[in-house]
Design a binder for this molecule. Structure first.
Ligand SMILES: [Zn+2]
Length: 367
């Protein structure tokens, strides 16, 4: 079988898959976004995207993606994302909502806090979601016109895989189950390149399906399902501000009352509330930066902060009970910047953009 010849051919195929849906739940959207995210996050120090992903990684990522969906919408009920009749629910989402209900006090509860409160329960959840993905969405994702065409990834199990085999592997007992997805040549690289285009398309399709299942207008749903605004970053604003000696991360001006926490890698490109991705800036600088990628000088300062102030960031993470994964956050930045086209322009300040000094950036992120 010959796979797609370039990134555009891959994108075309992905769009066909999204449209063809033989799915009765939103799993294929989650699986696609999980693949995009993992290709970004697993990018190596030298900028090489991964060639292998595991079902375990996909399961954890899937839980992360559904986590904000697993609370009542506008105080009513958790929105339906699967099941064949009124009142039924996609199994994965039901399991996540159950775990959230048991461990999360508020609707903005962060996943890793709930996780640290019940490690065992979370492990059981991951195993269930992993099994569900193995059983159905992973083998079904690449089915076009009734036939499976493995143009994204290969895997070694068949559709009659038994849960006992997977359970044995999950308990690290003897098992024939192989948890790897072997990505086709260049697929990871293309996913990273196409991330900015595919992600919003997939999210829109996802919101559309949820809207249709629940008889709601799509517009209200996109923000609920994928927006950044529901998690308050207030808890880390003042310690981060202190770390920046009260100065704006971007313009170095003194911060007044109106300072905001900004996602250095914009939320719309890759949602990441990890501490290393957060900086404090003037509201006007934050508004000017919007969803743009920041210029070389900012990247250098930012990468430097993760390194030289790692101890302080770790302290904040402990004290404020806030997730931090520098390796992952920097991996995403590396993936995005390394694949920038030569003539890309990056945000510097206000309305000024500059040419991407890729070598400088790559060097700053590789250190
Ligand atoms: Zn500023």
């Amino acid at each position: 079988m010959s796979g797609p010849k370039d990134a555009i051919a891959l994108a075309e195929k992905v769009l066909t898959l999204l449209a063809e849906g033989s799915f009765s739940a939103t799993y294929k959207y989650a699986l696609f976004i999980a693949l995009l995210d993992l290709c970004l996050e697993q990018t190596s120090k030298r900028g090489a995207p991964p060639s292998v992903l595991t079902t375990r990684q996909l399961a954890e990522k899937t839980i992360e993606l559904y986590w904000p969906h697993a609370i009542p919408f506008e105080g009513q009920a958790v929105l339906r994302q699967g099941g064949t009749h009124q009142g039924s629910q996609a199994e994965i989402l039901r399991a996540i909502a159950g775990f959230r209900g048991r461990h999360a006090g508020s609707s903005t509860e962060l996943i890793f806090r709930a996780r640290s409160r019940d490690e065992k329960g979370f492990e059981a959840l991951v195993r269930l979601v992993e099994w569900k993905l193995i059983e159905m969405p992973i083998p079904r994702l690449q089915v076009l016109g009734g036939e499976e065409e493995r143009f994204l990834y290969e895997y070694a199990w068949t559709r009659d895989i038994q849960r006992s085999e997977v359970s044995a592997y999950q308990r690290r007992e003897r098992s024939t189950f192989d948890n790897r997805l072997l990505l086709r040549p260049r697929v990871a690289q293309w996913f990273v390149q196409l991330n900015g285009v595919l992600r919003p398309l997939i999210q829109r399709e996802w919101a559309r399906m949820v809207a249709a299942m629940n008889g709601l207008p799509e517009l209200r749903l996109e923000e609920f399902l994928f927006g950044a605004s529901r998690i308050s970053l207030e808890a880390v604003r003042s310690p981060l501000r202190e770390l920046q000696s009260g100065r704006c991360f971007y313009c170095d001006g003194q911060l007044g009352e109106r300072s905001e926490v900004d996602h250095f890698i914009p939320w719309s490109r890759h949602p990441d509330n990890g501490l290393d991705n957060l900086v404090v800036a003037h509201d006007r600088c934050n508004n000017a930066k919007r969803d743009f990628l920041a210029a070389a000088e900012h990247v250098e300062r930012w990468a430097q902060r993760s390194r030289s102030l790692a101890g302080d960031l770790e302290d904040i993470s402990q004290q404020r009970d806030w997730a931090r994964d520098a390796r992952k956050t920097l991996g995403v930045a590396r993936a995005m910047y390394v694949r920038l086209p030569e003539d890309a322009r990056l945000w510097q300040r206000e309305k000024t953009f500059e040419q991407a000094h890729k070598e400088r950036i790559v060097e700053a992120l590789a250190a």
